[in-house]
Write a protein that binds this ligand. Sequence first.
Ligand SMILES: Nc1ncnc2c1ncn2[C@@H]1O[C@H](COP(=O)(O)OP(=O)(O)OP(=O)(O)O)[C@@H](O)[C@H]1O
Ligand SMILES: [Mg+2]
Length: 337
Amino acid sequence: MPERETLVRVNNLKKYFPTHGGLIEGLLTPQKRFVRAVDDISFDIKKGEVMGLAGESGCGKTTTGRLIMRLVDPTEGEIYFEGNDITRLKGEELRRFRPHMQMVFQDPHASLNPRMTVGENIGHSLVIQQIGTKKEREERVKEVMSRVALTPVKDIYTRYPHLLSGGQKQRVVLARALVLSPKLVVADEPIAMADVSVRALILEMMIRLKDELSLTYLFVTHDLATAKYICNRIAVMYLGVIVEIGTVDQVFHNPMHPYTRALLAAVPVPNPTLRRHHIIARGEIPSAVAPPPGCRFHTRCIIAAPTCSERVPPMVEVDPGHRVACCRLDEWKKRTI
Ligand SMILES: Nc1ncnc2c1ncn2[C@@H]1O[C@H](COP(=O)(O)OP(=O)(O)OP(=O)(O)O)[C@@H](O)[C@H]1O
Ligand SMILES: [Mg+2]
């Protein structure tokens, strides 16, 4: 396959949120403490691909998406979109840039305005961006609604969100993201709230729309089975850092990081006769306020050595495009499981 152009590039991106402890905690520890939601990640998203971001709850997936969307300001690092540094865009410049990137938010119930009809919800960003006349906006909204199968369009256009099913709400959120013809869609767990029966339909629709509208997706999910179905490449995150990145084939068929293997072991397999990686990470995810030193995964890793707590593992390219951050890589590669 020919090398695809890069749409987004993030370099050494960090986001630390100040924690708001209680009064007593504030008095006892006067120095400010931070949640290291994203802590030095670098990766790119190629034009036309579905780049997956996977990992357990709290590992920083949504924050990464919000950083790329420029909905939150990074603590450090840079974000490039089509080669242009967008890290410090502000005010009017940022508003003009917004249509290129849109986000499907994690919780469709919370992200729709209950006092606006479906049509108003979807068309709201056209109003904000001052695009077209009222009639033109209505036509555009209806066109997008039929693309995401929110039919009969005429009925649903005037309906309020609380009257919709989970799957319909998900389609409204998708339509709202598409109405400005973006180049990049950050889809944050886009099927998590939909009924199991319509999840596959929505995923299929997303793949079809990607081709029809020349979209690129950053697809955020904690569910590796979904990621395998829709993504071209996957970055696996753990406690704010990327531990492994590669094509779906590399990450699923040749997982190199003990954490990736643990995640894969937790994915249900429909065929019970298939061989499985029988490793589950031990213990709980540590706090992102004080992550473990060295390799962040060492407190849960089944092959951790004393050095793992002393050294931050560098990203090593094990195959073209397949990179892994593990101090025990050589040891680990030898194990057959
Ligand atoms: N606005 C914020 N203020 C303070 N802490 C935050 C904020 N947003 C996120 N965090 C913290 O940053 C860390 C990463 O959160 P994030 O929402 O990015 O994780 P996630 O991988 O999307 O998790 P989930 O799978 O549950 O959606 C968490 O510890 C979270 O509590
Ligand atoms: Mg999230």
